[in-house]
Design a protein. Structure first.
Length: 293
């Protein structure tokens, strides 16, 4: 009898951690923040009801990858916390990534309930209609802001480029930016040339930098194998000339295929070569901005 009781105690003690480990099911609600518990050297899997189109993590201390409708989260530091966003074609999911804890209390998997969408309204006429450009309302609602990554030391530049937001649809990427002229001379501007950096090696994971503009500190740490030109479909500028102390807003449209992995785009503006375009005592300045997508 004592042997049976002892066996039950041992069995119960071995089953307790397994009961504590969770495989949860969450509803799809863009107004809700789900707390996610992780553990070092372990993956937490988030499985949603439709393919994932993009993810963004607020901290590079978490390794985040995705395939089809599955997102994999793994902490790389013990005391780091952050947040995580997941976008699909119809929804956005919000997560708070808690510091890595014990394996017994972590979330092994989080399943999202399937998304139920209404049947699309069929047009009254079946005649073919040429595709139209996205409306201003669509751009404002679906566009995503771009954050500027801070740098410990920031050099003073006579001309700077700030990327404000991006909009992506049907294999095309729309980038809105502003060029600020801090110098005492006018600056002539044109639509930028765009390159994709290939074979990039970075000391930090690029997954945490998605939808961010890299600062000089992050750019200086990159090792790039080569650059590939990206097709510029269209480009618009408020003005081709920027007066001292002013800025001009521009938009460039690119033909970029979708990718599940982060990539870096370099916007390079031609060197000033017109009258009034040379800065810093006649020295020609290279103007560029780096965007992680």
């Amino acid at each position: 009898m004592k042997r049976i009781a002892l066996t039950l105690v041992v069995l119960a003690s071995t089953l307790v951690p397994a009961v504590a480990q969770k495989i949860a099911t969450e509803t799809s609600d863009r107004t809700r923040i789900v707390h996610l518990k992780t553990s070092l050297n372990h993956l937490t899997v988030i499985e949603v009801g439709e393919p994932v189109v993009e993810v963004a993590a607020g901290s590079p201390s978490f390794k985040v990858e995705w395939r089809e409708n599955k997102v994999f989260v793994e902490p790389t530091e013990a005391d780091a916390a952050g947040n995580l966003f997941i976008w699909t074609a119809t929804q956005r999911l919000n997560y708070e990534l808690e510091p890595a804890g014990s394996v017994e209390t972590m979330d092994f998997a989080v399943d999202q309930a399937p998304v139920r969408t209404a049947e699309p309204v069929k047009p009254a006429s079946t005649s073919s209609v040429a595709p139209i450009s996205p409306s201003f309302t669509e751009l404002l609602l679906a566009g995503r802001p771009v954050r500027m990554l801070p740098s410990k030391q920031r050099a003073s530049k006579p001309v700077e480029v700030w990327i404000s937001d991006v909009y992506e649809k049907d294999g095309r990427l729309l980038i809105r930016y502003a060029v600020c002229n801090h110098s005492a001379q006018p600056y002539s501007i044109e639509t930028p040339q765009v390159y994709q950096l290939d074979g990039v090696r970075s000391p930090q994971s690029l997954y945490g930098f998605v939808n961010s503009q890299l600062g000089d500190e992050q750019i200086g740490k990159l090792k790039v194998k080569q650059e590939t030109p990206v097709k510029v479909v269209d480009g618009q500028l408020q003005s081709a000339r920027i007066a001292p102390g002013e800025e001009v807003v521009g938009v460039v449209a690119l033909q970029v295929p979708s990718s599940p992995n982060p990539r870096i785009l370099r916007l390079r503006f031609p060197n000033p070569n017109q009258s009034g375009g040379e800065l810093n005592g006649g020295q020609k300045t290279q103007i560029a901005a780096f965007l992680v997508r």
